[in-house]
Design a protein around this ligand. Structure first.
Ligand SMILES: Nc1nc2c(c(=O)[nH]1)N[C@@H](CNc1ccc(C(=O)N[C@@H](CCC(=O)N[C@@H](CCC(=O)N[C@@H](CCC(=O)O)C(=O)O)C(=O)O)C(=O)O)cc1)CN2
Ligand code: MET
Ligand SMILES: [Zn+2]
Length: 767
């Protein structure tokens, strides 16, 4: 019989009821002790291992838990702690991690948080390792080994997981001096060897070493370093499973064959076509782990399809063919059984992390025709079929509208130069107009109101009235701060994607389907199961009300099509771009309704625009062609004088600057404060034609930027952006901050704007 070990690449660590989130936030507020926090973490690990053990997986995956982020956890393990976060005794503990992630403002000096960015093409964010030129690596933080001891105390057969050395380096950034971080590999190898030795002491048989960068278009020097690195690693007889995910490794297969590792994991969900090159080229003496259960969506696996794939692989990999999840399950919600209110028909099509773990074992049973397999297979066939024939999915009138789209839908009447003149005459904004990105603090008070509305303990009328009070206060505060373009603050929104989805047909919502976004912050991605359309106006009443409170322009605030799509669980029964077009039309309806209601500035956020870019360049053009078109379908129906803003964050924009320009938004506001305005270089090199508001302070940290700092940031920005086209704003929405922080920070921001205007007015003949 085939040795088909079963395993997952990682399990969600937030807990079934977001226990970790709650514990972390209480700990940061000093409401619980560190001991209590550690206890919560321990319980979650135990629960996760129990799920894997009860599913009879061959291995229990250990080391996937982290307090804030697994890359940060790896930095701590390897001793990559920027000096500013080190105490005099050089000791590190979980508080060090939290300071790095959130910025340090203890009783001493304030230190900026480490940079945070998107994990490959997902909505998960990791803390970017910071390397100094003579970076010293050392094992100083023991938590990885503590997890292993903890798991071993239950006598589980475990498979620890660790980020591989090259992927770890790839994810980091050099700070200070410019140097090639790849050269650090030589210092890093001994530390990994020390880790392997310690694992050997624990009698570990297999180690999962994640090298997902093998699925990217890697520069040659990085490819070459794989052989060198792995030849110099001393695994101490531990078997290494090199894990890849989110794409195909076809291009790098020969490199992988030559590495002294014992197995390879591939993601057959994101890149099923690589199966052919694996059969042709992958060394069949090694173990192949087939990632067949999709960690990135919530649909029940189609066992028949998967068994077909496994049967193809069996012909070549008859000895060691493992069955696993495509990637870590951190990207899917924890447990479908927590959902009590889902439409039972649709619920039967779904599978969350716990169910996926069970699916992996079922697939193994079917594949090896073990006792009772037929019943399992029959039931699955029936469930898959029920979705295919369901009347809930298809809507002919949506299909008709899509076929009616013509080029007029995606072009503004005039080009930016002409539009900008009309807009300047309409708004009379000062030089360096100040604005914010949209959301203001989502206070406990606001969330409780919504909770009560959901439970039915307050009426819709009362809810609306109370939210209006919050909006009013928010507008007053912005007027007092002398901001130029106001927002309503998004108090009525649970989340920028979930909120819009709730008003569109074709979506359903979970009540506990949380997925970690960063640190303690989670999102509850909506599920797109059918054709999407907007039944009625979504934001118009709120926008009209907000605009009625002030003479300054209030931006209408929408989430863009690519972002709604990317931050939802999407259909796998039609091309993604088809779903994207449907969402674009729904948003176009909303944009036009806002304009009709007298809203003259409309922001369409696309923070996921870059994240959704395929990982391999060969797929970029196809993506960019439909994603740009979708944004334009949503935005281009308006008059020249209506100003379209967009906002993007947490990404590197350099490589897609052309596509960003093609969106033809009148104004773009960007996150770039944690990366110190670096990315503006691209906007200068390319001479980005429209207006830009580079985020001038980091809203994800509780630290308050002072006026001098902001002026400095603006001066940096002015090196890249002409003064006539520079806006001033924070780098993202303010919903995670509290009011005292926001008021102080924005006060300093508007002060900085005034300082700068004074400088320019003094130097100019016009004033
Ligand atoms: N979908 C999405 N992805 C994104 C972002 C985003 O905004 N949305 N932004 C970037 C990441 N940034 C993020 C910033 C903040 C939060 C965030 O604050 N999430 C909230 C949950 C937001 C939410 O849905 N809130 C619900 C409330 C859900 C809730 O916790 N309710 C409590 C009760 C209320 C209370 O007592 O606090 C409960 O049910 O127990 C609402 O407002 O209605 C959290 O983790 O705390 C998430 C991501 C990139 N990806
Ligand atoms: C993650 S981008 C956030 C944009 C949204 N308008 C906000 O201010 O929260
Ligand atoms: Zn943002």
């Amino acid at each position: 019989m085939i040795n088909s070990c079963t395993h997952i690449l990682g399990f969600p660590r937030i807990g079934k009821k977001r226990e970790l989130k709650k514990a972390l936030e209480s700990y940061w507020k000093l409401e619980i002790t560190q001991k209590q926090l550690l206890e919560v973490g321990k319980k979650i690990c135990e629960e996760n291992w129990k799920i894997q053990s009860e599913s009879n997986l061959s291995f229990i995956t250990v080391g996937d838990f982290s307090w804030y982020d697994h890359v940060l956890e790896t930095s701590a393990l390897l001793g990559v702690i920027p000096k500013r976060f080190l105490e005099s005794d050089n000791k590190i503990n979980i508080d060090t991690l939290f300071c790095m992630a959130r910025g340090q403002s203890l009783n001493k000096k304030e230190h900026a948080a480490c940079e945070m960015t998107k994990w490959f093409n997902t909505n998960y964010h990791y803390i970017v390792p910071e390397f100094s030129k003579n970076q010293n690596f050392q094992l100083t933080y023991n938590y990885f080994f503590e997890q292993i001891d903890h798991a071993l105390s239950f006598n589980y057969k475990i498979k620890p997981v660790l980020l591989g050395p090259l992927t770890y380096l790839w994810l980091g950034k050099t700070k200070g001096d410019e140097f090639n971080k790849l050269n650090l590999i030589e210092n890093l190898i001994p530390i990994y060897n020390e880790i392997f030795r310690k694992l050997k002491d624990n009698k570990i048989e297999w180690l999962q070493l994640d090298e997902p960068i093998l699925a990217l278009d890697l520069p040659n020097e990085w490819i070459k370093k794989f052989k060198f690195t792995y030849d110099n690693l001393n695994f101490h007889d531990i078997k290494i499973l090199t894990t890849t995910y989110f794409g195909s490794i076809s291009e790098n297969i020969n490199i992988i064959n030559n590495l002294p590792v014992h197995g390879l994991h591939v993601d057959l969900c994101s890149a099923p076509q690589q199966i052919h090159s694996l059969i042709k080229n992958f060394d069949n003496q090694k173990t192949l782990s087939a990632g067949v259960v999709n960690g990135r969506n919530i649909w029940k696996s189609d066992y028949n399809k998967i068994i077909d794939q496994l049967n193809i692989l069996k012909q070549s990999f008859s000895k060691n063919l493992w069955i696993g999840s495509s990637c870590s399950l951190i990207h899917s919600p924890v447990d479908l059984e927590s959902e009590q209110k889902l439409d039972p028909e649709i619920k039967n099509w779904l599978s969350f992390a716990k169910q996926k773990t069970i699916e992996i074992k079922s697939i193994e049973i079917i594949f090896n025709k073990k006792n009772g397999y037929e019943k399992n297979l029959q039931q699955n066939k029936f469930d898959i079929q029920s979705r295919l024939i369901s009347k809930k999915v298809i809507n002919p009138s949506v299909k008709k509208r899509i076929s009616d789209i013509n080029p007029k839908f995606y072009h503004r009447d005039s080009n930016y130069e002409e539009r900008s003149i009309k807009q300047k005459n309409l708004f009379h904004l000062p030089l360096f107009p100040t604005t914010t990105i949209g959301s203001f603090p989502q206070t406990q008070n606001i969330r409780e109101l919504r909770k009560k509305l959901k439970e039915g303990s307050i009426s819709n009328e009362l809810y609306t009235q109370q939210i209006k009070e919050h909006i009013k206060e928010c507008i007053t505060i912005q007027e007092n701060l002398e901001l130029d373009v106001l927002v309503h603050g998004e108090a009525e929104r649970n989340d920028m994607v979930e909120y819009f989805a709730e008003f569109m047909n074709g979506f359903i919502f979970t009540s506990q389907g949380w997925v970690q976004s960063y640190g303690s912050r989670c999102v509850k991605p909506p599920i797109i199961y059918g054709d999407v359309f907007r039944a009625k106006a979504i934001t118009v009443e709120w926008a009209k009300y907000s605009q009625s409170l002030t003479n300054k322009p209030v931006k209408g605030m929408l989430t863009g099509p690519v972002t709604i799509l990317s931050w939802s669980f999407v259909r796998d029964d039609q091309p993604t771009k088809e779903t994207a077009l449907q969402i674009s039309l729904a948003l176009r309806d909303e944009v036009l309704d806002l304009e009709k209601a007298g809203i003259k500035i409309i922001q369409i956020d696309e923070p996921a625009f870059r994240e959704a870019l395929p990982l391999q360049k060969k797929d970029w053009e196809e993506y960019l062609s439909w994603s740009v078109k979708c944004f334009k379908i949503a935005s281009c129906g308006v008059e020249d004088s209506t100003q379209i803003h967009t906002h993007m964050c947490y990404s590197e924009f350099n490589d897609i600057i052309h596509a960003i320009a093609n969106l033809d938004a009148d104004v773009i506001t960007l996150e770039c404060s944690r990366s110190n305005m670096e990315l503006l270089q691209a906007f200068e090199n390319f001479s980005y034609p429209n207006e830009i508001g580079p985020g001038i302070y980091d809203i994800h940290s509780p630290l308050i930027p002072n006026t001098n700092f902001i002026v400095m940031q603006l001066e940096k920005a002015l090196q890249f952006i002409p003064k006539e086209r520079l806006w001033i704003n924070p780098d993202c929405g303010l919903k995670t901050r509290n009011w005292p922080e926001v008021s102080k920070a924005l006060k300093n921001m508007t002060e900085a704007a005034k300082n700068l205007r004074r400088q320019f007015y003094n130097n100019s003949n016009h004033f």
